[in-house]
Design a protein around this ligand. Sequence first.
Ligand SMILES: [Zn+2]
Ligand SMILES: [Zn+2]
Length: 239
Amino acid sequence: MAELARRTGAAVLPLDCPVILTSEADRRHLPESLRAEAIVLAPAALTGSAIQLLISPQPEPRRRPALPRFPYHPNPVATGSVTTSDVPCVCCGQERGWVYTGPVRSVGGPDSGICPYCIAFGKAAERYDATFAEAIEGDVQKDVVTAVLRHTPGFLAWQSPTWLTHCGDGAEFLGLAGAKELERYPDAVDDLRRRCAEWAWPADEVEDFLGSLDKDDQPTAYLFRCRACATHLAYADST
Ligand SMILES: [Zn+2]
Ligand SMILES: [Zn+2]
């Protein structure tokens, strides 16, 4: 249709939409009632998708409120643990524009549909006696354990999601990583090697394992950064 209009200079009259003209001069030929609204598209710009766009204008992207600050999971949108949603939160009933998509560990609580604000402010943890990660590694103060497990969005892991700690504090979770992503974080690879050594694997097996890590497939590494000294840390699914 666009092609035809382009070649012949014909006007396009979509139903219930403004008329599309290929020249301003054509406006005066239109019936009075259609004149004001008519849109002029130069022939070069008159494509099928341009017509499609005019017929069904795309909704303005919705402005969403800023996410609460999660000290142990600084960018839950980038890690995939929080995503956009126009559905009201199952916990607070408010439509916040965001929903948590990670694991919820609770007896009888909802599996999904919780907004990140209910996680940040502790409402979901309290209401459902929920945690969002399975375990925290290492010896840290009780308030850190509470903040990490109950007030921080968790992440989906192939095996049990565990939160790493360093310098006496919970580390910040940066996301899933494979061998390729880990190239940038030699300190994280050292940390993985150290963990593999605890499994008492032969060195060549450890290197094979590290090389086989895949962001999108098992085994995957889980990348963290210490909030105090910025050392990168990682653990991986065991095979
Ligand atoms: Zn909520
Ligand atoms: Zn540290």
